[in-house]
Design a protein around this ligand. Structure first.
Ligand SMILES: [Zn+2]
Ligand SMILES: [Zn+2]
Length: 349
């Protein structure tokens, strides 16, 4: 037996997205049924619908920035009760036994974690994401959204938030540290807010000064245009951390020259073509070039608690279900400040 729930899906690669229904499994002992309130539109949703990252599963219900309220729990669930405010991010299962799961980094599970959508569960069933009214998720992959953050601005934290929080923590963003955020989009604006809340001094490096006012309002101290070559002279050797949120090719050596000795440039964007750099840019200054992929469940909870404590949420534009295709076109054109969030009550309405 299953439950039918309203959803928005791409029936075939490239879309468009249209109303449909999907089946959700009956609750297992460790399952949580969530009434979804809001689902963020992550840029990777577009990549998946367009099969930019390889063959995908259709029909596809995207969405891995999920915020809602617990509607029912399985017989063995003790952590959550009906009415609790909860979120779900990019993963809904992992083996729980390998060294990476044991270390709380389920995203690197040796068996392979189960993606929230466009994935296949260990039971062989396809997974469908957050652009739907309800979802059933194993309790260990559900996070609590603390009072103090509204569900709409919390939804994007489940991917954009943790994707930027994790590397900022790992590389030591905090008081006395200078952090540069490359790109002020969905990820970049979260990185600025989080790094500022951690106590770091934040500079935005963007192609133009178009969003300068926003960047400073979000808490950045400085804002520079990378199209202006003098920027790279002015800022040489300044930063402890450069967090690159841009999914496009950029001159890595030029950015590495902005790091202090021992500094790190961390990539969270996913450009379609390889980045090139000269190893001497790393040698001269003991610099690191690194990557980071989302974060584990415990760290995602830590991030949500941190955001509640510091009043951090995403900057959002809320849309109805029938505006999703327009929103995709606008995300494609970088025309969103800074995250679309679907009001899920309008799905199937
Ligand atoms: Zn995402
Ligand atoms: Zn594992």
């Amino acid at each position: 037996m299953t439950t039918t729930t309203s959803a928005i899906a791409a029936a075939r690669p490239g879309g468009p997205l249209a109303p449909t229904t999907v089946e959700r499994r009956d609750l297992r002992p460790d399952d949580v049924l969530i009434d979804i309130a809001y689902a963020g539109i992550c840029h990777s949703d577009l990549h998946q619908v367009h099969q930019d990252w390889g063959t995908a599963i259709f029909p596809m219900v995207p969405g891995h920035e999920i915020a809602g309220v617990v509607a029912a729990v399985g017989s063995a669930v003790t952590k959550y009760q009906v009415g609790d405010r909860v979120g779900v991010g990019c993963m809904v299962d992992s083996c729980g036994e390998c060294e990476y799961c044991q270390a709380g980094t389920e995203q690197f599970c040796r068996k392979g974690n189960v993606q929230t959508y466009n994935g296949v569960g260990y039971d062989g069933e396809n997974t469908y994401g957050g652009y739907s009214q309800q979802i059933v998720v194993k309790d260990a992959f559900v996070c609590r959204i603390p009072e103090g953050i509204d569900l709409d601005v919390a939804a994007p934290l489940l991917c954009a938030g943790i994707t930027t929080y994790s590397p900022l923590r790992r590389w030591g963003a905090g008081p006395g540290k200078k952090v540069a955020v490359v790109g002020l989009g969905g990820l970049g604006h979260m990185a600025v807010k989080l790094a500022v809340a951690m106590g770091a001094e934040v500079t935005v490096l963007s192609q133009s000064l178009k969003k300068q006012e926003d960047g400073l309002r979000l808490g950045a101290k400085d804002y520079y245009a990378t199209s202006d070559e003098s920027t790279f002279q002015t800022l040489a050797g300044r930063f402890d951390i450069i967090l690159n949120t841009v999914s496009a090719k950029l001159p890595v050596d030029a950015y590495l020259s902005l790091l202090r000795v021992g500094g790190a440039m961390v990539n969270v964007g996913a450009p379609g073509e390889p980045l090139e750099y000269n190893v001497f840019s790393l040698l001269g200054g003991n610099r690191a070039l690194a990557g980071s992929m989302i974060g584990g469940i415990a760290e995602t909870q830590e991030m949500l608690d941190f955001c509640a404590e510091h009043g951090v949420g995403a900057e959002i534009e809320t849309i109805n279900a029938d505006q999703v295709n327009d929103a995709y076109a606008r995300v494609e054109g970088s025309d969103v400040r800074y995250r679309f969030v679907i009001d899920v009550s309008t799905i199937g309405a």
